[in-house]
Design a binder for this molecule. Structure first.
Ligand code: NAG
Ligand code: NAG
Ligand code: NAG
Ligand code: NAG
Ligand code: NAG
Ligand code: NAG
Ligand code: NAG
Ligand code: NAG
Length: 371
């Protein structure tokens, strides 16, 4: 009897410890390893946006739905530094989703590649080229690994960009200039850029600084989706395509503040950069964005301190898989506890796994006590 009570007590105690230390997988964050030396970095927060299934434009326009805001603003040709201005228009941001949650590629409901279409129109509106831009709504993205699945337009005369942005001297860019692609000699450059105080001093021409590199991709970015990735660390920035390191930049151009994430597709006719405008409407499609990052928000840092009981527990930190277009931690039942995650058909609300998990834990507890 006494022995039995002791055993129950002991199993109850060890269960409590288990419950206390690993309430769920990944509660202490998401990790990457980078070359050289396979250094491991852990990030506490995530934003995963599956644009094959999330419709950014469903329902009435609502600022910040799913953590993103399509942008609407005009840039005069003076500000845009091109013969044309740029008009970022909501109409040029088009969600083209697939209803079946298990299908990640193929045509969307509107025909053509499923995902978020960013359109640059050939028709000039009031001296401006109509363009597209979406931005995350919370300026909290500090060090992190930022990834996007993108199929770039093959219509010459536009710039497709995936970037991290604080201001014009704190910016990390991956930019594709469709006029630079040449299918007949198989040349597909991508421009990797740190906009910095140095590039500002050079008239915002980063090519005159260390923060610029044009790299030829090993594939044609206009025929398939590929994963483009920025690792923003405290002392360096790494750029990847399909998990292959393209280049590393370090030094004073590495940003020192949090920022937000943006995707854009634009043209202003500037012969030195975007060229164009395109002769026909051009579409660049984004299938997903996955951001694993440390938040600059004090409230999120506090949440982490409460959530993360023991970073050395076996499942407390989860490794981020590389270049897997169908993998989302937020599709797993217990890997995004206390993170904001969005799902199709959730009406833009946060899906919380807290309650079901907690109920399951209580159920198990009751069962143990019953023993
Ligand atoms: C999380 O879920 C996976 C698979 O559903 C399971 O193998 C694992 O034990 C769960 N972990 C916890 C801490 O509940
Ligand atoms: C992110 O924040 C966590 C918690 O403060 C910290 O342990 C980790 O080292 C940070 N990661 C980086 C890359 O700075
Ligand atoms: C950008 O932000 C940094 C850090 O706050 C600041 O030092 C710099 O002057 C800003 N640059 C511009 C162009 O506003
Ligand atoms: C391929 O064409 C581009 C221009 O479209 C040119 O800049 C590049 O030098 C060419 N490369 C080779 C290897 O011919
Ligand atoms: C593409 O490359 C081929 C071969 O190098 C060259 O003849 C052609 O002019 C290039 N096309 C453009 C648009 O630069
Ligand atoms: C800075 O980056 C270059 C590659 O661009 C690399 O060779 C060098 O080792 C890096 N320096 C440091 C201190 O990491
Ligand atoms: C990618 O993730 C999916 C979903 O978790 C998984 O089924 C698949 O095996 C993964 N693919 C690879 C190559 O790891
Ligand atoms: C995270 O947990 C804290 C309580 O520790 C709660 O206040 C906060 O709302 C939670 N955040 C999310 C996104 O679930």
């Amino acid at each position: 009897m006494l022995y039995g009570t002791m055993t129950s007590l002991r199993s109850l105690t060890s269960f409590s410890i288990l419950l206390g230390f690993v309430l769920a997988d990944c509660e202490c964050g998401y990790s990457i390893t980078t070359s050289p030396g396979d250094t491991k970095y852990v990030f506490t927060d995530l934003l995963e946006s599956d644009f094959v299934h999330l419709d950014l434009t469903d329902g009435p326009p609502e600022y910040g739905k799913y953590g993103w805001a399509p942008q609407e603003f005009d840039m005069s040709s003076d500000v845009a530094r091109g013969p044309y201005g740029e008009s970022f228009s909501l109409q040029n941001v088009v969600s083209n989703t697939i209803a079946d949650a298990q299908t990640f590629e193929g045509s969307g409901s509107k025909g053509g590649d499923a995902g978020l279409n960013l359109v640059v129109k050939s028709e000039i509106d009031n001296g401006m080229v109509t363009s597209a831009d979406i931005s995350t709504t919370v300026l909290q993205y500090y060090h992190g690994t930022f990834r996007a699945g993108i199929k770039v337009t093959d219509i010459p005369g536009t710039c497709s960009a995936f970037f991290w942005y604080m201001n014009d001297t704190q910016e990390i860019d991956i930019e594709f200039l469709s006029s630079e692609f040449n299918k007949s000699n198989n040349t597909f450059p991508v421009n990797l850029v740190l906009q910095s105080k140095e590039s500002k001093d050079a008239g915002f021409d980063a090519s005159k600084t260390d923060g610029f590199k044009k790299v030829n991709l090993a594939f044609d970015p206009t025929t398939e989706f590929h994963e483009y990735r920025i690792d923003f660390l405290s002392d360096r920035v790494l750029f990847y395509a399909d998990a292959e390191l393209l280049t590393e930049m370090n030094g004073t151009g590495v940003p020192s503040t949090p920022g937000n994430l943006q995707l854009s597709h634009w043209s202003n006719g500037n012969t030195g950069w975007s060229q164009g405008p395109p002769k026909e409407d051009a579409t660049t499609t984004v299938s997903y964005v996955k951001a694993y990052f440390n938040s600059s928000l004090e409230s999120r840092q506090q949440d982490y301190r409460i959530r993360c009981k023991d970073p050395s527990a076996p499942t407390a930190v989860c490794a981020v898989p590389d270049n897997n277009a169908t993998f989302f931690f937020s599709n797993m039942q217990n890997m995004t506890i206390n993170q904001t995650s969005y799902h199709e058909n959730s009406g833009g609300r946060t899906r919380q796994w807290w309650l079901p998990l907690f109920a399951a834990a209580l159920g198990t507890c009751a069962w143990l006590v019953g023993l």
